[in-house]
Design a protein around this ligand. Structure first.
Ligand code: F6P
Length: 516
């Protein structure tokens, strides 16, 4: 078998046709003559995943993937034992060697090892019972939920609530993550303490920001006449003992598995606020949407696997074309938090400098993920995408069905702009002078949902989870640990404790802020 280094060399030296050339149907019978152009190219690189009622179209035709590039990446997947690693992921085996753990998030959607799925389903059912009971008034009249968590314990809930609860909301949810008290005060200002529930979401139940915010929320309830503030706390955690020790009653602890990583935990009890906002039925639909992607990813080989295809393009741009960033623009207000969510998923997973077997990586790893919402972003940052000197692959995400009930012109204009940006980035335009010249040949992919419902949101998130995993496997890195976040936390504690000498610059800052 060819080594991965030799395949990367091959990729480096393959011809680099422009997107214009790739789209031209006939290439003079020369090299690449059997490369499909035009509509055939679209047919080759644009496919759907069905989700029951609707589905999602994944169009990668405006990228530089061609037959030769795809063939080389398929060879790389074989060299990196992608199939074996994927079987380990879904088989519940250890795929996180530094922590000796499996990564069992898909079991919460019903995919994977049978015994683990059974355990996961029992946890989901337990959450369902509590959500339904609260909706039926078991904890009194609850109108507001303040969800306290950070990182993976906040970004998923915030995204899910924001995306799905605009039409129908059983409960008004406020996700608070920052330790800056301004964030918690803003939530307090919008809630009636007599009708507010507090969810404390922390996998470890030790994170300083979350535990500090939780204490302040309890104090707020007590200060505002709630006689049993502790009775208003729901703990969402993989450390139920820690939650009991902290004072949460066992009946109000919703546990999840240690083998579910924080940034992969939206499917677990960490998703409690989503279920509180939209109801347990819709939460289960979100899980079902994710399951459809699990099955596609698990059962499809080569570039027909749409997740793997996306990963081929990701690695082609980051490792062969030297792109340091990848931008994601959701042409849908409901997905405003999606770029933030992806940022943690991709950068915390794949921002690594050693391989899974502890060797230095031999190329760049995760690109820097950034983005925003269209059309707003067009009027702010797209100048650089069209004419700047960086080459930035872009993902566009949109929904055919509108999220609003206003004049259909709104949604038509939104979608027209989305498609026009991809076309303009690709085609470019010769200008009368250099300042008005658009170079074109800039790649993009488009993810088009029939509708942005709970199933589509689940599918979109699962697609990106698996894309992150596939990227990691092809680079030989472990996407499931995150030791890089620890040093700063330890230093913050040391500053709090005092007595340790830091560099002169930090010492001066600590002194200037009166922390010493
Ligand atoms: O510091 C990073 C991190 O560990 C994330 O991976 C995690 O999602 C977040 O902190 C919150 O951790 P916890 O859920 O344990 O409070």
């Amino acid at each position: 078998m060819t080594s991965s280094a030799a395949i990367w060399d091959k990729l480096e030296n393959l011809p680099r046709p422009t997107l214009g050339e790739l789209f031209s149907a006939v290439r003079d019978g020369g090299e690449g003559a059997d490369e499909p152009g035009g509509a055939e190219r679209v047919a080759m690189l644009s496919d759907r995943i069905e989700l029951g009622e609707g589905g999602i179209l994944f169009d990668w035709s405006k990228t530089h993937l061609d037959r030769a590039v795809i063939a080389a990446f398929e060879e790389l997947a074989e060299a990196m034992d992608f199939t074996g690693m994927r079987a380990k992921l879904f088989g519940g085996e250890v795929v996180n060697p530094t922590e000796g753990r499996a990564a069992d998030h898909a079991t919460l959607r019903g995919t994977g090892d049978e015994a683990k799925v059974e355990e996961a389903m029992a946890l989901i059912d337990r959450m369902g019972m509590l959500v339904d009971a609260i909706h039926q008034g078991a904890l009194g009249e609850i109108e507001h939920l303040i969800h306290i968590g950070i990182g993976g314990s906040a970004l998923g809930p915030a995204l899910g609530v924001d995306a799905l609860s605009r039409d129908l909301s059983y409960c008004d949810v406020h996700v608070v993550s920052n330790i800056d008290g301004v964030a918690l005060e803003a939530a307090f200002a919008k809630c009636d303490p007599a009708k507010t529930l507090i969810a404390v979401a922390s996998k470890t139940f030790t994170t300083i920001e979350t535990m500090t915010n939780a204490r302040s929320a309890l104090k707020w309830l007590a200060d505002n006449g709630v006689s049993d503030p502790g009775g208003r706390v729901i703990a969402l955690t993989a450390n139920p003992e820690g939650a009991v020790e902290w004072g949460v009653d066992e009946t109000r602890i919703l546990p999840f598995q240690e083998s579910v990583g924080g940034r992969y935990s939206i499917w677990s009890s960490i998703g409690f606020p989503i279920a509180m906002a939209v109801g347990m039925d819709d939460f289960r639909v979100m899980l079902a949407g994710a399951k459809a992607v699990d099955e596609h990813f698990r059962d499809t080989d080569g570039a027909a696997n749409l997740v793997l295809r996306a990963s081929f393009a990701d690695l082609y741009y980051s490792r062969v074309r030297g792109c340091q960033t990848r931008a994601v623009f959701a042409y849908d207000e409901r997905l405003g938090l999606f770029p933030d969510y992806l940022q943690q998923l991709e950068m915390e997973s794949n921002g690594k400098r050693v391989t899974a077997d502890m060797q230095p990586v031999d190329g760049p790893t995760a690109p820097i993920t950034w983005g925003g919402v269209g059309t707003d972003a067009q009027h702010a940052v797209f100048q650089l995408l069209h004419q700047g000197t960086h080459l930035i692959p872009v993902d566009f995400i949109a929904s055919v069905a509108p999220g609003d009930e206003l004049d259909p012109a709104h949604h038509r204009i939104l979608l027209m702009n989305c498609f026009a940006q991809g076309a303009a980035l690709m085609a470019g335009k010769a200008g009368e002078d250099p300042a008005r010249n658009y170079p074109g040949d800039r790649p993009s992919a488009t993810i088009l949902c029939d509708d942005l419902d709970a199933a589509a949101l689940g599918a979109l998130i699962a697609f990106h989870e698996h894309r992150t995993f596939a990227n990691a496997v092809l680079m030989g890195i472990n996407p499931f640990d995150q030791f890089g976040v620890e040093l700063g936390k330890a230093m913050a504690k040391a500053i709090e404790k005092g007595g340790e000498a830091f560099d002169a610059s930090t010492e001066a800052l600590v002194k200037a802020a009166g922390l010493a």
